[in-house]
Design a protein around this ligand. Structure first.
Ligand SMILES: [Zn+2]
Length: 152
């Protein structure tokens, strides 16, 4: 038996006997959040010549990953673990109650932010980390056509 220690917002969580793959996955999400996915999308946008976006606009609810002011489009890249992706989200085996509550609250907050932003007249698009990995071109196309449609 072995323990894995995972540090999260200053607290250390101990996981018992998780598989190497799971631990690697946990470490990745813990260390970087969705920074890698976001960086990938940033690069894709630049390559596609899509401009005029801002990162982490703190004046907007939820500090969206990308904001296109001209089109009033807000774009979130949701990490599959933290935002409970229906395809690949999962509950860690240890501390189930803790994680279940934490992930539930995350989901609730996502919904609330989306609703609040929409009520303020923003178009909100949420992309899953796994969608961006599996079909980057398709997601880029979605973004591009939405921007075209919203352009005034
Ligand atoms: Zn996913």
């Amino acid at each position: 038996m072995f323990y894995k220690h995972i540090k999260l917002r200053g607290k250390t969580f101990r996981f018992l006997g998780t598989s190497a793959a799971t631990s690697a996955n946990m470490r990745a999400v813990t260390a970087k959040g969705n920074a890698t996915t976001e960086a990938r999308l940033r690069l894709m946008l630049v390559r596609a010549g899509i401009r005029g976006w801002k990162l982490h606009t703190s004046s907007l609810i939820g500090k969206p990953d990308f904001y296109f002011p001209q089109q009033r489009l807000v774009l979130f890249v949701d990490g599959c673990f933290w935002h409970s992706c229906p395809r690949c989200g999962h509950l860690p085996r240890r501390n189930r109650a803790y994680w279940s509550e934490k992930l539930r609250r995350n989901k609730e907050r996502d919904l609330l932010y989306t609703r609040m932003l929409r009520s303020q007249g923003y178009k909100v698009l949420r992309l899953w980390e796994c969608q961006l990995k599996k079909s980057p071109q398709k997601q880029l196309h979605r973004i591009a056509s939405l921007l075209n449609r919203l352009h005034k």
